[in-house]
Design a protein around this ligand. Structure first.
Ligand SMILES: [Fe+2]
Length: 335
């Protein structure tokens, strides 16, 4: 079967994180085909106006910055380090792209896979209880936000909700994982037709969920290396070290050594704590321990050099080496 180029690009985008410049994905169906659950004007306004402006704002905020080469996943993963404009518009682009992908008119829907069905039975007992829990999360989300069905780092299905345009990939969210299904509970998603009746909208939009597509997302998610990155990022000692690394290494890149000169002791102390801490289960392997030992040694060296009053050029080189060693262990970088 020949796959249209757009579909191929979209599929690749969802697997590896959309690349820049970002663009508005075309809807798989015409605006009127989602009715009566969602009327054509709401679909068109939501997609062609709201989503388009999130994409435009995101591209505008990134052009000419050091974030220009990052994927959408990279941008969101460290959302807490981003400006509000980037955090909100990156989240909005991802969230809406997923939402369009998992909705389909009743006549176009495909069946849930056995794999997802088994996982739902295991984690929620039944589809009815999943629906009840999900709609409760969506209806009780105060103000604007999203409800999610996610795969957690330990590969369990979970239902969560987030405010504004945040999502479970972001470091600003407590319950993290890879989203496989989402419902938009911003008023712009339903107000034209349902006004304040969010519960009616939720019941209607629930019937548009294409479980065949959600099944594809589930299979991709449980095999996605992003789950490992999310698990690493829930490692408290790693997060602590990462903070100091980010606040000392990045200034050093532009020649500012003051942060590391002031904090080299703390930098080394956090590295010791990291080496001594227990990694998450899936990361508890020899390569990780070896990587941490090398990192601690490098941090010790930097601390000694700072104490001896080493020259800027020497420290810049050593900081770059420590950063490389760190990202051999940690993977993603948020600069
Ligand atoms: Fe929306």
């Amino acid at each position: 079967m020949k796959i249209p180029l757009f579909t191929l690009l979209f599929l690749l985008g969802t697997q590896i994180g959309f690349t820049q410049p970002f663009f508005l994905p075309k809807l798989p169906y015409s605006y009127s085909e989602y009715a009566p659950q969602i009327d054509a004007l709401t679909m068109e306004t939501h997609h062609a106006k709201h989503h388009q402006s999130y994409v435009n704002n995101l591209n505008k905020a990134l052009v000419g910055t050091r974030m220009e080469s990052q994927t959408l996943i990279d941008l969101m993963f460290y959302a807490g380090f981003r400006s509000d404009v980037v955090r909100n518009n990156a989240g909005a682009h991802y969230n809406h792209s997923l939402f369009w992908e998992i909705l389909a008119p009743l006549s176009a829907q495909s069946e849930m896979s056995q794999e997802l069905s088994t996982a739902i039975t295991k984690d929620f007992i039944s589809m009815d209880s999943l629906k009840k829990t999900f709609l409760n999360a969506a209806s009780s989300r105060f103000g604007s936000g999203w409800a999610w069905l996610i795969v957690s780092p330990d590969k369990k299905l979970m239902i969560t909700s987030t405010s504004n345009q945040d999502n479970p990939i972001m470091d600003v969210v407590t319950e993290r994982g890879i989203p496989i299904m989402a419902i938009d509970v911003w008023e712009h998603a339903y107000y034209l037709n349902y006004q304040n009746r969010r519960a009616d909208y939720l019941n209607a939009v629930w019937s548009l969920i294409n479980w065949g597509k959600v099944s594809e997302k589930y299979t991709m998610a449980i095999n996605d290396s992003l789950l490992i990155e999310l698990e690493k990022d829930s490692w408290p000692a790693m997060m602590e070290f990462h903070k100091v690394m980010a606040q000392t290494f990045h200034p050093s890149e532009s020649g500012d050594l003051q942060p590391i000169r002031k904090r080299s002791g703390e930098f080394f102390a956090k590295a010791i704590l990291l080496t001594a801490s227990a990694p998450p289960k899936s990361l508890n392997n020899i390569a990780i321990h070896e990587g941490l030992t090398k990192l601690e040694k490098k941090c010790n060296e930097i601390n000694s050099l700072v104490k001896k009053g080493a020259k800027d050029a020497v420290l810049i080189k050593k900081m770059a080496e420590s950063h490389d060693l760190f990202h051999n262990v940690q993977g993603l970088c948020h600069d």
